[in-house]
Design a protein around this ligand. Structure first.
Ligand code: SF4
Ligand code: SF4
Length: 118
């Protein structure tokens, strides 16, 4: 099981979830935030904090293609080089170790229509 941030975070990114994550495994891109599934300890603290309900458990994506796309995309954010980068982020061990926000998104998120749902 892992927690995943979906489309509703896009262009919202109010960061309420970041404040409650005990292991600092939520990374801020440009238009969206992303949970590192390898670092997430599945505590669930972030889920009720999100004002737009963007955070879900990955198993709920099995019957939901839109959610499934964001499960795969969250993996890609860390496992594949982001646009303009030569190396993937991998598992940095906490967003704070990167010295701030990433400021980049996956192609799926970067090209996503404005304003969340979908
Ligand atoms: S997942 Fe929700 S709480 Fe976290 S940054 Fe996105 S919109 Fe904000
Ligand atoms: S489930 Fe817990 S550890 Fe995982 S991202 Fe949310 S707050 Fe962080």
């Amino acid at each position: 099981m892992a927690y995943v941030i979906g489309a509703d975070c896009i262009d919202v990114t109010d960061r309420a979830c970041l404040d409650v994550c005990p292991v600092d495994c939520i990374y801020v891109g440009e238009r969206k935030s992303y949970i590192n599934a390898n670092e997430c300890i599945d505590c669930g603290a972030c889920e009720p904090e999100c004002p737009v309900g963007a955070i879900f458990v990955d198993r709920t994506a099995r019957s939901d293609p839109d959610r499934a796309a964001f499960v795969a995309d969250s993996h890609a954010f860390f496992a594949e080089p982001l646009p303009g980068r030569a190396e993937p982020l991998g598992d940095p061990g906490g967003a704070g170790k990167l010295g701030g926000e990433i400021g980049l998104d996956t192609p799926l998120v970067g090209d996503h229509p404005q304003g969340g749902a979908g």
